[in-house]
Write a protein that binds this ligand. Sequence first.
Ligand code: GAR
Length: 206
Amino acid sequence: MNKAKIAVLVSGGGTNLQALIDAQAAGTLHSGELRLVVSNKADAFALERARRAGIEALTLTRAACGGQAGFEAALTEALDARGIDLIILAGFMSILSADFTSRYDGRIINIHPSLIPSFCGKGYYGLKVHEAALQYGVKVTGATVHYVNEIPDGGKIILQEPVRVLPGDTPETLQRRVMEQAEWRILPEAAELVSAQLQKNKETVK
Ligand code: GAR
């Protein structure tokens, strides 16, 4: 069976991208193949991780593309030129329009560092999510992989993993534990699940 062609969208350090690269090397991600990494930040370390792994890496900034519509047009062109089947948002800190998400319906997934529907939606990203969880005093948090639709963090949930909040946690220690115990495990697992499903659907259509 052909592998699903995967593009990963990033904005920062790229530890979730690294988890995908490692899963591909280990063979646990085998129904899909990492073909392209796109960053909306020129200085994202994730770009370096992609290059080291021999994956094509592109930078597309909103400013250079003349705004959100130009950015999405350039992104669509890059994805379609490479026949990308699955788009993974891995620490991608920008909200995509309904036009974009509907074009790739069922083919975009995102990792979010909380148990959705808690601490999610507009304004909840990166450390802010963990700050909010600590502020609220929750004793359990975690991570969620979900499909992406026009509602920020609103698409159907694919996988979730709970993580305990410990006394004395700071946003930074909690972020790290959620990554280690949840994100880096469920993102590659979801990537494999969805890649396998997309390829199965393709075979059925043939
Ligand atoms: C991760 O914790 C990811 O879940 C979060 O940003 C971090 C990126 O780290 N994403 C969001 O908050 C999206 N709403 P990484 O660049 O090291 O993968």
